[in-house]
Ligand binder design. Structure first.
Ligand code: AKB
Length: 317
């Protein structure tokens, strides 16, 4: 019997993932969990546990209470925030992972999903169509924690036979829940300004191309990877996932087709350096070949849905 726990359920990915998993596997079989004591409206359709993933005993108690078999671990500090709080970012991103991997090593749970990121790449990585295996050398705290996490995932898979699966997410774009503290967040923020008819002040330059993905694609990729037969998952560290690649100038031009008066200015801040160290586009051939990955959303489709659905008040749920 599958019993899933999503840790970091109140975040941008977690909120939509919980909803999608509950639809697929039954509301009672998906426990949303977060460090927050207030439960978001979108998460109220099933069980909720307030847990700090760094508190190993509390985590174990919640896992035992619900007889959890699979954990999706999404609690993490993203790139921008991690630069401001490097030690805490390292602690949260690594301790949480160890606590969950050890539950799988001890056979308390059967399967783990852990998100990596395009942040594992660095300034010396080939920028275009970045391959699965290449120079890494991340230059951000977040990227360093993600690359270390990937190495540990592979180690636990090979040494302890842990079934851990991972994706290197590009920037994720959605309207139900806001991202927090990432470098790719501009591609979400811009829609709220467009909706409010406000000029958008972009913290990256107009020519900064980054890999991005609409959330529905990311959720589908995540669940497909977790549901794929174990022997098809050849990469135990983390799979490249490409999505679509665009610049602030390109997304602005696409939004302007529906909002001709929309204005933008470019005021790059500390996140420009982070973005400059990341790939512009990603080669995800391995994900396509191993577990049949195929994205559905292009920039035009993504902009249409975002403009139709973002609320000018900010968060939708
Ligand atoms: C960030 O910008 O930090 C994240 C990511 C690419 O992992 N969205």
């Amino acid at each position: 019997m599958k019993k899933i726990m999503v840790i970091g359920a109140s975040g941008q990915i977690g909120t939509e993932l919980v909803v999608a998993l509950r639809e697929q596997f039954g509301h009672e079989n998906v426990v949303a969990s977060d460090v927050k004591d207030t439960v978001k409206e979108a998460l109220k359709g099933g069980p909720y546990e307030q847990v700090d993933v760094m508190d190993n005993e509390a985590l174990k108690a919640a896992v035992n209470k619900h007889a959890i078999t699979e954990i999706y671990l999404l609690a993490a500090l993203l790139s921008g925030t991690a630069e401001k709080h490097p030690e805490f970012a390292w602690k949260l991103n690594m301790e949480g992972l160890f606590n969950v991997l050890n539950l799988a090593k001890d056979k308390v749970i059967k399967k783990v999903f852990w998100p990596s990121s395009i942040a594992v790449f660095g300034p010396n990585t080939p920028k275009n169509n970045t391959p699965q295996y290449t120079i890494m050398e991340p230059s951000t705290v977040y990227g360093i924690s993600k690359l270390a996490g990937e190495r540990w995932c592979e180690y636990y898979a090979k040494q302890y036979d842990v079934d851990v699966r991972s994706i290197r997410y590009p920037g994720l774009i959605s309207y139900t829940s806001l991202p927090g503290g990432g470098t790719t967040d501009y591609a979400v923020d811009i829609f709220y300004s467009a909706k409010r008819n406000e000029k958008y002040s972009c913290f990256l330059t107009e020519k900064t191309a980054l890999p991005m993905m609409y959330m529905e694609d990311a959720i589908r990729a995540t669940i497909s990877l977790m549901e794929a037969p174990r022997d098809t998952i050849k990469i135990k560290s983390s799979y490249n996932l490409g999505g679509i690649s665009f610049t602030p100038e390109e997304i602005y031009a696409e939004i302007k087709k529906s909002k001709p008066d929309f204005e933008i200015e470019y005021t790059p801040d500390f996140r420009q350096k982070i973005a400059d160290s990341w790939p512009s586009s990603i080669d995800d051939t391995d994900a396509q070949n191993d577990w049949g990955w195929k994205g559905k959303y292009n920039l035009e489709k993504l902009c249409k849905i975002m403009l139709e659905n973002v609320l000018d008040t900010g968060i939708n749920v």
